[in-house]
Design a protein around this ligand. Structure first.
Ligand code: ZN
Ligand code: ZN
Length: 183
């Protein structure tokens, strides 16, 4: 054995490590150093492959449906429209119920008019004042049937967060990276 102890090649652990790779700081013998360069060259192929893939993506025109942001916008649009449709349907159902209820109430009033007119006709005791009142009552009833005065549609101005508004923003991560020297 030699008196002076030389560092061994880290790979074969037989020959002296005479060459150090600057990247991983490992000492190799001549042959293992060449193998190591070969391995690095294979990894470079991998980098080139990834590089070409990214290049291809960069050169592909932006499509309006593939990017995740477009999916996010479409989902927000669909969810919002669903909410509007659901509420509109609910409100329509409510209006039908109110109109039915209103008709029942108007029917009571109408039957009272019917009875008065019928009694007046039977007794033959009506005069101009009765005729005028009956025609007015009927007209009022007809107006309310067409446009009811006791219900309306109202916008809730307080509930502004019912549908969340969306906006598109740019984060300045790339600029920060470039400043840090990472790009
Ligand atoms: Zn070696
Ligand atoms: Zn190395």
């Amino acid at each position: 054995m030699a008196a002076t102890s030389k560092a061994q090649c880290a790979k074969c652990e037989k020959n002296s490590g005479i060459l150090t790779c600057d990247g991983c700081l490992v000492k190799f013998c001549r042959r293992c150093f060449n193998d190591h360069r070969q391995d690095l060259s294979k990894e470079l192929d991998n980098v080139v492959y990834e590089h070409d893939m990214v290049k291809q993506q960069l050169e592909t025109p932006n499509e309006n449906d593939c990017h995740n942001l477009f999916k996010q916008i479409d989902k927000w649009k669909k969810d919002s429209i669903d909410k509007i449709n659901q509420l509109a349907d609910q409100c329509r159902t409510d209006v039908v119920k109110l109109l039915d209820k209103n008709k029942d109430r108007l029917m009571d009033r109408f039957l009272k008019i019917t009875n008065r007119v019928r009694k007046g006709t039977d007794d033959e005791d009506y005069d101009e004042r009765d005729l005028s009142k009956w025609i007015n009552d009927l007209k009022e009833l007809k107006d309310e049937l067409i446009e009811s005065s006791n219900f309306r549609v109202e916008e809730d101005k307080q509930q502004s967060s019912w549908i969340q508004k969306i906006t598109v923003h740019e984060d300045f991560r790339d600029q920060l990276k470039a400043k840090d020297g990472n790009l």
